[in-house]
Ligand binder design. Structure first.
Ligand code: AIR
Length: 192
């Protein structure tokens, strides 16, 4: 797994030349959370890139990134930021590509600020906002995969397999729990 890109550089991951998803973070310090999105994209064999841009500290870089994304063949943008998290919204204002926003719990308000800043977009400029933090980052990767799977049957099959594994995990957890409860029940004085 790469570290996030430095000045003007983007780390590109995937065997195909064409990057399909661009992960943007407000700070390199967001990477431990946003890595969850990258891991999901890698799991589904989706070529992606990772870059840092801040809606506040580098507004021109952010706007340029959003403007160029579609021309470069990117199909989905994932934007993660903490605090006054306007990154996803600013990117959504500058592109017609779908934008998924990940609120990062990096501030003293533990991500509630980022959630509200990301989700409360005005009518006309949607951001698909996921949960705060790690689960949200992973879900952003899955949601991007689901969007791309509309045009890619092989990817859709990989997603179906993932969902089947999720369901099997729940069934397995239940079987383990039932076995534990049975042992407890058989060992209790009342059942003897
Ligand atoms: N941030 C950076 N520019 C605008 C915003 N909202 C966010 C980053 C990070 C937090 O501010 O996304 O979660 C703190 O950034 P840093 O670089 O100070 O650690």
């Amino acid at each position: 797994m790469p570290s996030p890109g430095g000045k003007g550089r983007r780390i590109r991951v995937g065997s195909m030349a064409q990057v399909m998803v661009c992960i943007v973070m407000g700070s390199a310090n967001d990477w431990p959370i946003m890595q969850g999105a990258a891991e999901m994209l890698a799991r589904f064999h989706i070529p992606y890139e990772v870059t840092v841009s801040s809606a506040h500290r580098a507004p021109q870089r952010t706007a340029a990134l959003a403007h160029k994304a579609a021309r470069r063949g990117v199909q989905v943008l994932i934007a993660g930021a903490g605090g006054a998290a306007h990154l996803a919204g600013v990117i959504a204002a500058e592109t017609m590509l779908p934008v998924i926003g990940v609120p990062i719990d990096s501030s003293s308000l533990q991500g509630l600020d980022a959630l509200l800043a990301t989700v409360q977009m005005p009518q006309g400029v949607p951001v698909a906002t996921v949960a705060i933090g790690k689960a949200g980052a992973a879900n952003a990767g899955i949601l991007a995969a689901q969007i791309l799977a509309l045009q890619d049957p092989d990817l859709a099959a990989r997603l179906r397999q993932y969902k089947a594994e999720l369901a099997a995990g729940v069934a397995q957890a239940d079987a383990t729990l039932q076995a534990q409860l049975q042992v407890q029940h058989d060992g209790s004085p009342a059942s003897r």
